[in-house]
Design a protein. Structure first.
Length: 290
C-alpha cells in the first residue's frame, strides 16, 4: 500500500501547531501529523501529514490558505523498510570515548570504548547529529575535572547524554527531563537496554518545571541539546538551578547562533569556557561565575 505525504511551511509555532491540529480532522484522516521548526534561523516551521490513501488536495489547499501556509506538496513514498534502511546507512558514531551504535553493530564495539546502544528506530538522538556529538565530546573532555555530584539533562530525547554522564560519573545523581512523554518512554527503554535502569531518573517536564528537578538542584552540570529559542528562554532557570562554579553544556545551535546565546548567558552569570563546531553546528560550554 503506498504512503502519501503532504508537506508545507509557514511562519510561527502557534500557526504551525494550529494547522497540524486542523490536518487531523481531514477525511481521509492522516495516519500521522508532524510539526517541526526548520533549524536554519528562518523562523519557518514545517507541517507534514502521512496518509494511507490519496489526500483531498482541494481541502489541503483551503487549509493552507486559511492558515497562511505555502501550498502543500503531495508526494507518494516508495514502500521502504525504513528501519532496515537506517541500519544499513547509519554507521556507529565515535565521540570521545563514546561509541554510539545500534544492536546490529554490537559486535564491533572497540575494547577501549564506552558503548551506548541507541536503536536506529529511535529517530531523535541517535548520536549522528553534530549537536549530539558535540555534547558527547564535551562530556568526555570533562572526565578529568572534579566529578559532578548532580547532573541534569534537559530536553533529553533518547537520554543518550544522560546515559553518557551516568557512565562517566557512576556516583552522580543524574536526572533527565523532556516535555514529550514519548521521549521519556524512549529514554527509559534506552536506559534499560544499556543496563542503566535506576541510574537516571526520567521525568516529563518542560524545562525544570518538575518538583523532582527542584528537589535535586542545584546541579553541578546541566546539559541541554535543544534549540536557540528555548535555550535563551531557559537562561534564568539555568542560573537558578546551577550550583556556584557549575557547568553548562548547550547545543542544538547553528554556528551563527552561538554568539547570541553566549552573550545572553553571560548576562545571567555564565562565562564561556570553550566551544566546538562540527559542520554547521556549535556546542557551548559555560561555567557559572558564582
Amino acid at each position: 500500500m503506498p504512503t502519501y505525504t503532504a508537506l508545507t511551511t509557514l511562519s510561527g509555532r502557534d500557526a504551525a501547531e494550529a494547522l497540524g491540529e486542523a490536518l487531523e480532522a481531514l477525511e481521509p484522516a492522516p495516519t500521522g501529523v508532524g510539526v517541526f521548526e526548520i533549524e536554519d534561523g528562518s523562523g519557518l516551521w514545517e507541517v507534514g501529514a502521512y496518509f494511507d490513501a490519496a489526500p483531498d488536495e482541494v481541502a489541503l489547499a483551503l487549509l493552507a490558505a486559511a492558515h497562511g501556509a505555502a501550498r502543500f506538496t503531495v508526494s507518494v513514498l516508495p514502500e521502504t523498510d525504513w528501519v532496515a534502511h537506517v541500519r544499513r546507512e547509519l554507521a556507529p558514531v565515535v565521540a570521545g570515548r563514546f561509541f554510539v551504535h545500534g544492536s546490529h553493530d554490537a559486535d564491533g564495539v572497540p575494547e577501549d570504548a564506552e558503548p551506548l546502544l541507541i536503536e536506529a528506530s529511535m529517530a531523535f538522538g541517535t548520536g549522528h547529529h553534530g549537536t549530539t556529538q558535540g555534547c558527547l565530546r564535551a562530556l568526555d573532555a570533562l572526565s578529568d575535572a572534579p566529578p559532578p555530584a548532580r547532573v541534569a539533562d534537559i530536553g533529553c530525547g533518547t537520554a543518550v547524554l544522560a546515559m553518557a554522564a551516568a557512565r562517566l560519573w557512576p556516583e552522580a545523581r543524574v536526572i533527565a527531563s523532556d516535555m514529550d512523554p514519548v521521549a521519556v518512554e524512549v529514554a527509559e527503554a534506552n536506559l534499560a537496554a544499556n543496563g542503566l535502569a535506576g541510574r537516571v531518573a526520567c521525568r516529563v517536564a518542560e524545562g525544570f518545571r518538575h518538583p523532582d528537578l527542584a528537589a535535586a538542584a542545584p546541579f553541578d552540570l546541566i546539559v541541554a541539546n535543544i534549540l536557540k529559542a528555548p535555550l535563551i528562554a531557559l537562561a534564568p532557570d539555568m542560573a537558578a538551578h546551577c550550583s556556584p562554579r557549575g557547568r553548562l553544556i548547550l547545543s542544538g545551535l547553528l554556528t551563527e547562533q552561538g554568539d547570541d546565546v553566549a552573550a545572553h548567558y553571560a548576562r545571567h552569570g555564565f562565562s564561556l569556557e570553550k566551544s566546538e563546531r562540527i559542520v554547521d553546528w556549535i556546542t557551548l560550554q559555560f561555567r557559572k561565575m558564582s
